[in-house]
Ligand binder design. Sequence first.
Ligand code: SAH
Ligand code: SF4
Length: 434
Amino acid sequence: MNEYDSNRILDLVRPIGYLATDNPSEADCYILNTCHIREKATDKVYHDIGRLKKEFRNKKKPMLLVAGCVAQAENQEMLNREKYIDGVVGPQSYHQIPEIIKKVENKIDKLNSTEFEVVEKFDTLNLIKNSNTKISSFLTIQEGCDKFCHFCVVPYTRGPEFSRSFDEVINEAKQLVENGSKEITLLGQNVNAYKYISKTNIIRLSDLIFELNKFKELKRIRYTTSHPKDVTKDLIEAHQYCEKLMPVLHLPVQSGSSNVLNTMNRKHNISYYHEIIEKLKKAKPGIRFSSDFIIGYPGETDDDFNQTLKLIQKVKFINSYSFIYSSRPGTPASDQEDVDPVIAKKRLVKLQTVLEKNNFNYKKELLNKSTKVLFENKLKDQNKYFGRDKFLNAVVVESTQNLTGQILDVNINNFNHNSLFGVMSFKEKNFFAA
Ligand code: SAH
Ligand code: SF4
């Protein structure tokens, strides 16, 4: 979502004369768009500022705004701690950035804009065309969270659940497709909690997907991040009937132990999670899943951890994320005793080894098979093109023809930790398929 927000910030500042630069050491203004999900993210912001100060030691100081969730959480404290910062802007008030820049230019004061003004933000954004020209684009449809998992800062930094209107979303999707996007990923902290109440009915994520599925020039639809609790019947039907909805779902589970899920306040247990997976598999044969895992959550025992390993072996997730639990100030879990860090680290290594092994076996199975790849861009200084298959696997192919924006059959002949490699199966130009 920060990538989407950063692009929209660029759309906002363009009319007041600011453009993105390829030469950061010459920039007049820096906007650090930050994430607060784990502790290291905050450290990284101060580290980045340290680098900036060094870079500009003998030059005119650039304007520096800190945006995003670190700004929201740390607020005035950031301005007090680091004098180099000219303003802090929360994720629900970044529509005010042009005004803030003007005020900083006129040396009015250090500025703090961290109100939750999500309606006003999207009202402003709706007036400005989305200029993103990527083949695969993000589109925020929902923000915030009302679930309050005990480890998570999102409900405090992004605020309560909010859904954009059906018309807003569809209009912006049309702009993206006009700009050349072939794939749209619908975004939200709880994307499948999307719920817009219009004058006549309630609109859900599935309604948006069914509508986007009709767009002729749009070839692929994805959505992220979803909560297992909000995988409703209509959403499962969207997987069954919308051929453009891709057959991979990021469905974070966090832990394979129902006890841990309970203390996390996740509002679902493991048998429910399995039920959802089974329903989706039935609706969309061949669908694969990826997940997020938190290791060493307060109170996690060896037995709990082993249940997570068991779940991984059963579901055979692909391309998942796993992190050691990071205590976040102000969250209920932060009052609980942490698992011994040495044990937590050992568990993480073990879990990642299993995930890696599964990924290796999964990729090995793809060898010498053909897969449809949507090519997104040419790699810098090489005759190689980067794209993704339906399952979001990165694929790299050598070609002297411009493949960008096309969906082509690729024979996979090699792979490494990050990517699959292959050769074209078809020579035709402008070949399109789902
Ligand atoms: N709404 C989504 C997740 C959004 S946060 C869901 O409920 O699944 C993205 C991911 O960050 C989470 O899935 C979780 O794995 C990770 N995360 C959040 N808070 C964390 C913390 N305190 N420590 C470690 N990982 C965390
Ligand atoms: Fe955070 Fe997701 Fe839980 Fe909301 S549902 S509190 S965003 S982990």
